[in-house]
Design a protein around this ligand. Structure first.
Ligand SMILES: [Zn+2]
Ligand SMILES: [Zn+2]
Length: 327
């Protein structure tokens, strides 16, 4: 197999030939057909997450077909198309696993961070954490659903039922989530980097009722705001845009420091919460809904060997929607 491997933090991934891997008990191996590029991959490469491991193959939005099955796997079959998400394994016995919050497991393993991911021609995964994808839809188009879509979905649920929803950062996650929000009859207010008129046009094209820079004030007060951009400065700005009792949801795994702000912004039962990881139930719920809604993703394809260019383009905001690597 071949992979783009992160051998040293903060350095480019390296094209590497590796011996083929066999799935162990309870595992499957997939031949990767597409793997999305997520902002979390940038945080992995940049060493911004705790206890980084190298060498590691990044990538946790994997679409592929099973080409080897380990002992004990009974509910998946050879040739089946599956998605492999960020959540690679949970312990099943800690208090969080026991009460249905496996996203907060005390001893988790994450794809592309603490076990090898999908920037490769093949990947081995715990079969219990792979999602059967069926045959509808294109491999590349489905890949961004596996993290951008899923985390967006979990964030939306945690944001509550309010109809006026702000999205800060209009990238891979927001361009999927706006389709869910519209389907739920909500109004979306999209905030981009100040002056990024291309992203604002993109948001309006997808149905945002308003789009502007993150330094702008929306025309009405919002019920909830989801912050996808990894920029702590956005948190007080988002609070300022909320009605009483509104909620700011921080959806990223990493964010720059949040500046201090006046308690008045939080007063009147406004809330700030974060969203961490996913549960398998999130995946089941969201992938079913995505098919029902007919979510259309906008993707920019890169050959696997050009993963570094894809990461650079993501960092610089050079494309709309999501980047996807194709081996
Ligand atoms: Zn656990
Ligand atoms: Zn991700």
């Amino acid at each position: 197999m071949q992979a783009m491997v992160l051998k040293k933090l903060k350095s480019p991934l390296e094209w590497t030939d590796l011996p083929d891997r066999e799935p162990g008990p309870g595992e499957i191996r997939v031949k990767v057909s597409a793997c999305g590029v997520c902002r979390t991959d940038l945080h992995v490469v940049d060493g911004e997450l705790p206890n980084p491991q190298t060498p590691i193959i990044p990538g946790h939005e994997i679409v592929g077909r099973i080409d080897a099955i380990g002992p004990g796997v009974t509910d998946l079959r050879m040739g089946q198309r599956v998605g492999i998400p960020w959540l690679a394994h949970t312990c099943g016995v800690c208090p969080y696993c026991a009460d249905g919050h496996e996203n907060l497991c005390d001893r988790p393993i994450f794809t592309g961070y603490t076990r090898d991911g999908g920037f490769a021609t093949a990947a081995v995964a715990d079969a219990r954490f792979a999602f059967p994808l069926g045959e509808a839809g294109d491999d590349v188009a489905l890949a961004p659903l596996l993290c951008a879509g899923l985390i967006g979905w979990r964030s939306l649920v945690i944001a509550g039922d309010g109809k006026k929803l702000g999205l800060y950062g209009f990238g891979a996650a927001a361009h999927i989530l706006i389709q869910v929000a519209k389907w739920q009859d909500r109004s979306v207010y999209a905030f981009t980097r100040p002056g990024d008129t291309a992203a604002q046009d993109f948001a309006r094209k997808l149905g945002a009722v308003w789009a502007g820079g993150s330094d702008e004030t929306p025309p009405i007060l919002l019920d909830a705001a989801i912050v996808f951009a990894p920029v702590g400065d956005l948190v007080p700005l988002a609070l300022k845009a909320l009605r009483k009792g509104g909620r700011v949801v921080c959806a990223g795994i990493h964010m720059s420091d949040i500046p201090s702000f006046s308690y008045n912004l939080l007063w009147e039962e406004r809330q700030i919460v974060s969203v961490a990881n996913l549960t398998r139930q999130d995946g089941i719920d969201f992938l079913k809904l995505a098919a029902e809604i007919g979510i259309v993703t906008q993707t920019t394809e890169y050959p696997l060997a050009e993963a570094n260019r894809a990461l650079d383009d993501l960092r610089a905001g050079r494309f709309e929607g999501a980047a996807v690597l194709v081996p």
